[in-house]
Design a protein. Sequence first.
Length: 498
Amino acid sequence: MKNEISKKGLKLFGLLTLSTLTLVLIQRMTPSPTNRIFFLVGQAPSSSDPLEYDIAVHQEIFRSTFSSLISNYKRGEYTGILASSWHSKNNDKVWVFKIRKGLKFENGDPIHPENIVNSLMRAAFCIKKRNSHENLLVHLKNFNEVLSPVSKISGLQFDDDSVKFEFDRPIPQMLELISFGIYSLAHHSDYDLTTGEWKNKKEFISSGPYKVVDWQNESIKLLLRKDFLADLGHRNKFEEINITWNKSINDFDLMSGPEMEGPNNPELEFSGGAKSGIFYIHCLSWNNPKSFFYKVENRKYLRDLFFAKLSKRFTVTSSFFPLAISGVSAPQAKFDYPVTPLSQNAKVSVNYPRRGSIEFKKIFSEIWREISGEILSVSEVKVDPPKLFELKDPSLANYEAELSLFFTGISINDPKDDIKFMFLSKEGIKLPDSTGEIHRTLKESDFEYQTINKLIWDQAIIWPLFHFSDGLWAKKNVDLSVLNNIIPPVDFFWVGRK
């Protein structure tokens, strides 16, 4: 009997011990509330493909999941992520990056120089296939020999511990350019080795400090990879990042957005840089002969009428580029009611993005209702990404929205490459050029920013509205002191708990 009781007691003790151990393990595996952060973004992401990185929400979510050779997100310096060191030679035509040892992808595969070159070659192939004119890979030596995602060219090589770039011209701004997300490391299994196409928009293997563990209709969850450069980045990184675009959620720790768009929450404080953000209207249907906006005189008439009304309620500008950029000034413009009568009646559809000043969108809507009652019919529509970005194609037969509000940003200190990227790259914001004069000007080695600025105003396809400081609204427990707030929006590798 004693023996039987003792066996039962032993079993019970074992079960209790196992339950206790399981509970302890679960508690250790689950981040505590202080190691967890809730981040509100403006819209849903449409793809995890690094080549779609230039959409703001993709930068907000995926910057922390794909590693680049270099990061410019640490305040005051460039930091090697995949690279431990680097140097240039031959007047900045050759750049060599020594790759860290022991790095791994999320699935445990080792990261070698060959993986980095393969990923960059996929990007180069897709850029060439799209006939895109971005500012870096197209200048690789023998870029014309890129015929597939697995091509080998002399301009991009690797050995046991390094990656070498050789360009057909000096690239002094290499560190800034290569830190951009479209050049980050993608695992070879995530894209087609023949076409270069991204296989699954929601599933991918992380090469960065965080990994996606859950992707729902209104949220994404990231978990910290503790095996990835644990000694680098913020010393108190958050273990769990809960990202949502559900605007009905009011309790969050961090929100991206401009300073003018402060949330109704006194616990959140703004952290941002210079006024490098640009808020503008894009006439999407400018190249469609059936559209009211096909004629430049119609675009100018409606722009001037809109600005005349808006300027009575809001401070606007005729300069697309921020005035903080050296050599930039507002093109001459009078915000008066146009005297030339409208040449035709029209029906105009207007889209409002989810992100943006609620107060401004209210004013915007009121003005269009006034105009609609005076000279033309204006209808308000809702078009969300990625559909909205598809409407930037100037060859479409029909446009669900003919006008839309957009946000973008630019480097204040060295905007030349950003300006080229905006107009020439298929991976950027795809700014239009109705006459070809902007593209011709951009081919000049030392083009003047103000020349482009004036052409934008004269073509009247892009209507600049105002400039703003973009950044993050954060609770006091979130430490942003290490993060470079000059560039938007965030890399959680450099964010942590206070």
